[in-house]
Design a protein around this ligand. Structure first.
Ligand SMILES: Cc1cc2nc3c(=O)[nH]c(=O)nc-3n(C[C@H](O)[C@H](O)[C@H](O)COP(=O)(O)O)c2cc1C
Length: 354
């Protein structure tokens, strides 16, 4: 299996399956001398972990990260940082019904056809459990970036939308509710929506908005590795993501150039920011903001038709502990992936000119 690494200089490789012994990763290229706040790393993992509230999967995992290398007396040594998170609460029996059956819109069919061998327990390598390793690496990247502010929040659940520009939001309120929406009234409606859907044994999609502030001018490597292209890849690599747009996004396609242009101020900043902080693939010093769309997850606790490995359409009842809506747990994953992109591009930028 190729494609388990992300980044060029600040590079994360992850390993592990949902019901294996452990998941984890190796980070190469983290500069030496970074004093790490290990508690802050664990806090990021706690924001992603299952069982954290009534509206997420009830799998109970402590998700405690153990570091094996690359850190000495709390400071990075410049050598590979190896880490693991042990899986402790697997219930593999919950998955025996999909041993020879492919769930619709999950990764069972494609993994089986591609590799011919499939660890069906908990979705194996296709499980979003893998993203815990990204959160660990992202938390380290955040500490490397220090002055750059990265905030993601839930901006819609189904047809419940947060209809406020991000500039009017107080990001310190993101963690004040279980859905991670900084507007309390909208958060309540979103939570009710998830609860209602969960009662029906169904699932629902949603969007996450992410804002990157204090990003210096000059990050991004045209032509193929434009900053927004890398952010897009990072976000689209997260399980269940179906869409990515930055700046004016798809709305920009309906506008005229005279309306869309961000006119300059004398200091190079712009009066508007429909560009979303990136021009020509390079950051321009304005806020970078983007939205990520998550589908309703495939495993519904209802009867649905599925395909078995012998080619028969069979009725299947979803089982196990699943997320009715992934967005609250995906907020720290989006932030982590954004941090990995920025850390990599900050390091790459150091060799761009004399
Ligand atoms: C935080 C998070 C939690 C998820 N939890 C579940 C889940 O409980 N059940 C499920 O079927 N899919 C879940 N998914 C989605 C699957 O991992 C994903 O749909 C599957 O790997 C197929 O990939 P694709 O949807 O990107 O094509 C979750 C995704 C994320 C980001």
């Amino acid at each position: 299996m190729a494609g388990n690494s992300f980044g060029k200089l600040f590079k994360l490789t992850t390993f592990g399956e949902s019901h294996g012994v452990a998941i984890g990763g190796v980070i190469e290229g983290c500069p030496s001398g970074l004093k790490l706040d290990l508690e802050a790393i664990q806090n990021e993992l706690n924001r992603r972990k299952p069982g954290q509230s009534k509206i997420v999967t009830q799998r109970k995992e402590p998700d405690t990260v153990e570091f094996y290398s690359g850190i000495f007396e709390g400071v990075t040594t410049g050598t590979p940082i190896g880490f693991a998170i042990h899986n402790t609460n697997q219930k593999s029996k919950d998955y025996s019904h999909i041993k020879n059956v492919y769930r619709p819109s999950h990764a069972d069919y494609t993994y089986d056809k591609k590799y011919g061998v499939r660890d069906y327990r908990g979705g194996g390598r296709s499980s979003a459990r893998e993203t815990a390793s990204r959160v660990v690496a992202g938390a380290i990247a955040k500490q490397l970036l220090a002055s750059i502010k990265i905030n993601a929040f839930t901006s819609s659940v189904g047809d419940v939308f947060l209809d406020k520009p991000y500039q009017d939001l107080d990001f310190s309120k993101i963690e004040s509710n279980v859905i991670r929406c900084p507007d309390e009234a909208t958060a309540e409606q979103m939570i009710s929506k998830v609860q209602e859907i969960k009662k029906q044994g169904d699932t629902i999609g949603g969007t996450i908005t992410c804002v990157l502030q204090n990003v210096p001018v000059g990050l991004g490597e045209p032509v193929f590795d434009k900053l927004h292209a890398e952010l897009g890849k990072a976000m689209l690599s997260i399980n269940a993501v179906k869409g990515f747009e930055y700046g004016s996004g798809f709305c920009g396609a309906r506008m005229k150039g005279s309306e869309h242009n961000d006119l300059f101020n004398e200091d190079g900043s712009t009066k508007t920011n429909l560009s979303g902080g990136v021009q020509g693939g390079i950051s321009n010093g304005m806020d970078i903001y983007f939205r990520v769309a998550f589908k309703p997850v495939a495993t519904v606790i209802q009867k649905q038709d599925a395909l078995d490995s012998s080619g028969n359409i069979v009725e299947m009842q979803g089982k196990g502990r699943h997320d009715p809506c992934v967005v609250p747990r995906a907020v720290p994953i989006v932030e982590a992936m954004a941090a990995l992109v920025l850390a990599d591009y900050v390091l790459l930028d150091r060799v761009s000119r004399l």
